[in-house]
Design a binder for this molecule. Structure first.
Ligand SMILES: Nc1ncnc2c1ncn2[C@@H]1O[C@H](COP(=O)(O)OP(=O)(O)O)[C@@H](O)[C@H]1O
Ligand SMILES: [Mg+2]
Length: 253
């Protein structure tokens, strides 16, 4: 990986909210075809870091680079435009809409009928089925169902499909994708994450579950009190070392 250029580089990123320093000079690299896990206690700065990466917040200091080129974003839609997508717990799905409507929420496909623009439901349906099948290997039995009737794993597939349907997606960011899921649904979601990574995306996943982290990640970026206190190769570390970094038991050199 050393000879490869990262897709994303964050350098010296700080973020202050009034008197609170949420992030203090954080560096982060993410490469194509890897899962980078971000771990750390509550309040460590994980969500703030990925909100900066996805254009939701602007850093107080520091720089971002995409493929080595300086990157500046003023909104989440800027991030989507350059190929950085997100699956947030808080970007909830619309429960009363079907999966296709959720995939295209906010960017609905339309067609012209006698000069009027109307929703092209058939095209959204076909395109949704294609993205779910081709990108995630998922076939939903009932595409007419309201999203609230889907299982947790199926809902996660819809949320991931909403991000990956954008052409040119390079980086997928997920904040606690398995937090609300049971064991089976978690296993399915981890499989989806692997599939997306194997398509050559950089996948950045915040997780509280070291089980999940050790199953799916290639590297682990540990945050503590707004700082990065270590970046470990998953195959070269273990839970105890990572936990130690999270709680500050052994300080990084
Ligand atoms: N919008 C905000 N306004 C003020 N303080 C914030 C805001 N967002 C986060 N913080 C503070 O920044 C720190 C890091 O928070 P956060 O990034 O949410 O951590 P994590 O996701 O690791 O739990 C916390 O002290 C939190 O209270
Ligand atoms: Mg958080």
């Amino acid at each position: 990986m050393a000879d490869q250029q990262p897709i994303i580089t964050m350098k010296g990123i700080s973020k202050r909210f009034g008197g609170v320093t949420a992030l203090d000079r954080v560096d982060l690299d993410a490469f194509a075809g890897e899962v980078l896990a971000i771990v750390g206690d509550n309040g460590a700065g994980k969500s703030t870091l990925i909100k900066i990466l996805t254009g939701v917040y602007q850093p107080t200091a520091g720089t971002l680079h995409l493929d080595g080129e300086p990157l500046s974003m003023n909104s989440h839609s800027d991030a989507i435009d350059v190929g950085i997508g997100a699956v947030y717990q808080t970007l909830a799905l619309a429960d009363h809409l079907d999966p296709a409507a959720n995939l295209f929420l906010g960017s609905e496909l339309t067609r012209s009928v006698f000069g009027l623009q109307i929703l092209d439901n058939r095209k959204m349906r076909t395109e949704s089925e294609r993205v779910l099948k081709e990108r995630l290997g998922v076939t939903l039995r009932n595409m007419d169902a309201m999203t609230q009737s889907l299982s947790g794993g199926q809902r996660q597939a819809v949320a991931i499909a909403r991000a990956v349907r954008h052409d040119g997606l390079r980086v997928l960011v997920m904040d606690e994708p398995t937090a609300a899921l049971g064991p089976q649904e978690t296993a399915r979601t981890l499989k989806l994450i692997k599939i997306v990574k194997e398509q050559g995306l950089a996948v950045i996943v915040i997780s509280h579950s070291l089980d999940d982290v050790f199953q799916i990640s290639d590297r682990i970026h540990v945050m503590r009190r707004g700082r990065c206190v270590g970046v470990e190769k998953t195959s070269e570390t273990d839970r105890e070392s990572v936990l130690g970094l999270i709680v500050g038991a052994h300080q990084a050199a």
